[in-house]
Design a protein around this ligand. Structure first.
Ligand code: ATP
Length: 244
């Protein structure tokens, strides 16, 4: 794996029966990059992401994540990444503080590390008033921001975010992206799927999947130039309709 790459994927494939959910995708992601992974519903994004985080065995191809092979070193991958799934938003029936304790423990942090991280999070996110409230009582945007922070508790090299802002309002989405930028500035690589095309514009590079294949991969600026349009939304529509 090249030094600056934290993800390398070559012809990675997943078949369900005779159906190719992911069909020979290849790409690289560099350290600290915000990499947008786009595609219509059913394009194969979640299936690809599951292979990269070591919970689904590829049919063929090659992939290294954080320097580890997805076929043989999935346990090491899990220790070096953070993951926030579409539905996952911590435990509703635990308080903010208890959730941080719980996940810190799962990630293998010591109690003093957990305490330190918790105090830091509470001050950075301004959670002082709600640290002892049940997560279930918080608005969705807060849950998502907290969930993102918890996925970073063990300072992973890469964080995988599967539609992290689904259903939250535009202001909270903007705040969420500020958190993403901050994590990337600190050297964490961000691998993010989204349905919001304005969010695609915030990524350093964007890949667009259509029916299991990566049909385009470049900076938002270059993609707009190539398709001769003004927005990522139009790039997406042109690709999905197969017109260039
Ligand atoms: P969404 O945005 O809706 O999450 P996606 O791009 O993540 O979509 P996937 O969930 O990866 O898409 O699904 C890709 C295709 O693979 C779909 O046609 C889906 O029905 C199929 N698929 C996913 N998991 C399985 C499975 N376990 N068995 C059979 N087919 C599957």
């Amino acid at each position: 794996m090249k030094n600056e790459n934290v993800i390398e994927v070559e012809e990675l494939t997943k078949k369900f029966g005779e159906f190719y959910a992911v069909n020979k995708i290849s790409f690289e992601v560099k350290k600290g990059e915000i990499f947008g992974f786009l595609g219509a519903n059913g394009a194969g994004k979640t299936t690809a992401m599951k292979m990269l985080i070591g919970i689904s065995h590829p049919t063929s191809g090659r992939a290294e994540v954080a320097g580890f092979d997805v076929f043989t070193q999935s346990e090491s991958i899990k220790k070096n990444i953070g993951y926030m799934s579409q539905k996952f938003a911590l435990y509703d029936d635990l308080t903010v503080s208890e959730n941080i304790n719980f996940f810190g423990g799962i990630y293998g942090l010591s109690s003093s590390e957990i305490k330190e991280k918790k105090n830091h999070l509470i001050s950075v996110l301004g959670l002082g008033d709600i640290a002892n409230k049940l997560v279930g009582s918080l608005p969705l945007g807060w849950k998502q921001k907290l969930s993102f922070s918890v996925s970073l508790l063990h300072t992973p090299k890469i964080v995988f975010l599967d539609e992290p802002t689904g259903g939250v309002d535009p202001i909270t989405r903007r705040q969420f992206w500020e958190m993403i930028y901050k994590a990337a500035d600190e050297g964490t690589t961000i691998f993010v799927t989204t349905h919001y095309m304005d969010e695609a514009e915030y990524c350093n590079r964007v890949s667009i999947m259509v029916e299991g294949k990566i049909e385009a991969l470049d900076t938002p600026k270059n993609l707009k130039r190539r398709f001769n349009v003004d927005s990522m939304n139009d790039v997406f529509l042109k690709l999905a309709r197969n017109i260039e």
